[in-house]
Structure formats: structure tokens, C-alpha cells
Ligand binder design. Structure first.
Ligand code: PLP
Length: 244
């Protein structure tokens, strides 16, 4: 039987990011996806035109139903839209602490539109981070969540808030390689590098976190899951760069 991963997030009508990216990634990696929709966005690659939220109660019902359908190997969150939805998700997940939880802290689209309200950022820090196996901020997200610029300080702050591990993604940094750093309390930092490519591919954050969740559900360790996911996304970026 294929392992099941629950993906909690928003839809993106351009197909570039969000749940459709999550589901494609999981399917490609041999997992089955159970989607939980938090918001429906009308967007192109260039702009978010409208966002309609699903009510937090309904999100909680979708999530409870997804969990009741059968065994779940991992859970991944993406766009959560509001503090009320973060709280609804955290309340349900608190009873399922043994299932690996990967949080992609989606704060805004590449085009700059906020995808989580300011109270939602605080709610993630207080209510969701303590439940997670791994949180995967890029450098700007890490800075907003912690007020720090440096990856090691961002990770320290997020670990102190209760995250079991932090993967700070280097995609927004500079240098020839894009280096992601995995921080876990009591362990040395692990690095995953890939060549920095001149490719415009949206939804790489969704793809990476979903691939990590898929690999966790397939039984890989956190370190292996991150390493395999980094290679998976680097391969997709190479394909996209060849098409430019
Ligand atoms: N829209 C949705 C629904 C998302 O979940 C995300 C990211 O996770 C985005 C947009 C942002 O993607 P991008 O940074 O590629 O614009």
C-alpha cells in the first residue's frame, strides 16, 4: 500500500504552487495525497487577484476526516491564511503527535501578496511549531519569524520555540551553490547543496516540503528525507532551466 500524506494548504489557479504542486510531488514519489484546503486563490504567475478562505471549522472537519480515513505517514502544511485556521489545524493535530509534521511557513507569494495574516505568524510560532518534526523557512521567512538574518540564529530561535528541527533554505542567498542547512538540537549542522540555477520555477518551497514529507512517510530519516528532497527539487530546476 502506498503511504499517505495529508497536505494542508491553498489552491493556486496558475498551477505553479500550493496544493496542486504538493499532490503532483507526492504522486511522483509514490505516495497518496489527502488534501485539506484552507483557501482558494485566483492567481497567475505574476499576481494574486483574490483569496477566498475556507472557514476554520471546515478546515478542521476536512483534516479530521482525512485522519479518520486510514493510516497517515506524514502531514505537511503550506498556506494557512489566518490565525484562526492555524489554531484550528493545531487543535486537531495536537491529538496526532506521533505523525511526522512538516511545516512550510508560507507567508507570501513570490509576487508579494501576504498569504498569512500577521496574527497567523504569531499563531504558527506559539501553536504549530511545538508540534512539528521539521519547519522549512527560506531566509526571508526565517527573518520574519525570528527577527534574525543569520540562518544559525533563525534556527536557534525556532528550535527554542519548540520545533524539533529546522531546515533553513538557501535559495534566496547568493553564491554559486544553493545550500540548505538542517539544524537539530544536540546534533551538528548538516548541509545540502545544489548548483544555483537561473530557472524560474514557482512552488519550489511547496515541492521541497512535500518531498520531505513523502520521504518521511516512506521511512527515511529526517536527514535522508531532506537530502533526497533537495536532489528531487534540483532535478526539477535543471529541467526548468533547460526549457528557458
Ligand atoms: N499560492 C499558494 C496557494 C501557495 O501555497 C504558495 C506557496 O506555498 C504560493 C502561492 C507562493 O508560491 P510562489 O512563492 O511560487 O509564488
Amino acid at each position: 500500500m502506498k503511504p499517505v500524506v495529508i497536505v494542508i494548504g491553498g489552491t493556486d489557479s496558475s498551477g505553479g504552487a500550493g496544493l496542486s504542486r504538493d499532490i503532483t510531488t507526492l504522486t511522483e514519489l509514490g505516495c497518496e495525497a489527502r488534501p485539506v484546503i484552507t483557501a482558494v486563490t485566483a492567481q497567475t504567475d505574476l499576481a494574486v487577484h483574490a483569496v477566498t478562505a475556507i472557514s476554520p471549522d471546515h478546515v478542521a472537519q476536512q483534516l479530521s476526516s482525512a485522519l479518520a480515513t486510514g493510516p497517515v505517514g506524514a502531514i505537511k502544511t503550506g498556506m494557512l491564511h489566518s490565525s484562526e485556521t492555524v489554531l484550528a489545524v493545531a487543535e486537531v493535530l495536537a491529538d496526532f503527535a506521533t505523525i511526522p509534521l512538516v511545516i512550510d511557513p508560507v507567508l507570501a507569494s513570490s509576487s508579494g501578496t501576504p498569504l498569512l495574516d500577521p496574527d497567523g505568524i504569531a499563531a504558527i510560532k506559539t501553536h504549530l511549531l511545538p508540534l512539528c518534526t521539521l519547519v522549512t523557512p527560506n531566509l526571508p521567512e526565517g527573518q520574519i519569524l525570528t527577527g534574525n538574518e543569520r540562518p544559525e540564529l533563525q534556527a536557534k530561535a525556532l528550535l527554542e520555540l519548540g520545533a524539533a528541527a529546522v531546515l533553513v533554505k538557501g535559495g534566496h542567498g547568493d553564491g554559486e551553490a544553493s545550500i540548505d542547512q538542517l539544524f537539530q538540537t544536540g546534533q551538528s549542522t548538516r548541509e545540502f547543496a545544489a548548483p544555483r540555477l537561473n530557472a524560474t520555477l514557482r512552488g519550489t518551497g511547496c515541492m521541497l516540503a512535500s518531498a520531505i514529507a513523502a520521504n518521511l512517510s516512506l521511512g527515511h530519516t529526517r536527514h535522508q528525507a531532506c537530502s533526497l528532497a533537495k536532489d528531487f527539487v534540483a532535478h526539477k530546476l535543471r529541467e526548468a532551466a533547460c526549457q528557458v
